[in-house]
Design a protein around this ligand. Sequence first.
Ligand code: CMC
Length: 428
Amino acid sequence: MEETAQLKIGDKVYELPIIEGTENEKAIDISALRGQSGLITIDPGYKNTGSTKSAITFLDGEKGILRYRGYSIEELAEKSTFLEVSHLLIYGELPNAETLNSFRKDITQHTLIHEDIKNILEGFPSNSHPMGVLSSLVSSLTAFYPESLDPNRSVAEVDLSIKRLLAKLPTMAAWAYKNEIGHPANYPDNRLDYCSNFLKMMFAVPSADYEVDPVVANALDKLLILHADHEQNCSTSTVRIVGSSHSSLYASVAAGIGALWGPLHGGANQAVIEMLQNIKKDGGDVKKYMAKAKDKNDPFRLMGFGHRVYKNFDPRATIIKKAADDVLAQLGVNDPILEIAKGLEEIALNDPYFIERKLYPNVDFYSGIIYRAIGIPTSMFTVMFTIGRLPGWIAQWKEMRENKEPIGRPRQVYTGMNLRPFVALDKR
Ligand code: CMC
């Protein structure tokens, strides 16, 4: 028999169905409640609200588990590549040698972006933050590919939009950076793999040869895998909700980039490094900053700590911390900021304030240290997260469309003025 929950309001009892996922997660389905009782539920920040059923990513915040399509993040980070993971997320299965080859070929074929994008870039002041530029450039793809505006077109046409976006995002990201520093843009080199091509577009200059360091390309590939999806987070929910009005993929992803940019979400990686640099500049007194983080009258928060769903540890942070040590050792980089980060972590993990609130380092606490070591400038950190998260956004947008989900439209409890008469101004 179907399990139900009972909700008693006054003397009336409502039977609410309970649905169960494949990992035995349970949810009370309240979708019919308003029709039956006239009441809605309220949950600011959706802390206890599921917005969808999804078969893409499984996350258990208590146990620190993260899996894409059933594969553990630990195994994927160690054994696969970002392109394989992208295929897995978007199409549901890891590619075999043949499908990987044709996927890679398709992506490589579309890396070039329209020359007119240069005109758009020229319109931005040269010190523009690359996240704002990137969001605009992704949105501008709707103008270059007007057929992408209709997400109801054939599967093949939607798939072409997907591949174009995966292929062009690194080019647009590198060009946004070149614009920021006022240097000429580099064209893609389609002989290179996804990450090496991006690095070359970022760092090659006309006056010198540029060889991609495989240590750097591998570190970047791993970071992108770790960021590739994270179920219904702020930016992914944005992408799904924008797409639910049958907006195009490009418009939905452009909105997702805006959501990711904030320091409480993807922008935390930039905020972490800025915080660590400030602590270093201020004499490296980590205890002082711990006290500030705990002081409710001080707006300071320990960036890179805490997570809405991980209440034990963030498995991505564990992998990244080790990767940071490895990459710095391989590249022979000695970053004093890493020592400050480790000092902060050690104090926080033993402090009752952080223990009681289950606040642990999240993915962004150590990612910036690797980005710094491989030469990525701070303003580009969240752009790197964007490149990593793109296949997740695409997979979630595609799933939402294939499941024919209704338009996302929450309700509210109104707390404003009651009806009052309008008194016209005496304009004489
Ligand atoms: N430093 C100090 N106190 C904190 C922090 C922190 N980083 N994070 C949470 N708290 C406290 C908070 O003040 C509250 O205390 P109290 O119960 O006494 O009022 C308690 O912990 C619960 O916090 P919350 O803000 O209600 O939790 P939330 O689930 O709404 O927010 C968060 C989650 C990630 C926004 C938050 O922990 C935070 O602001 N962290 C710093 C920013 C950050 O690192 N963000 C990156 C998240 S991982 C990348 C991604 O996928 O987005």
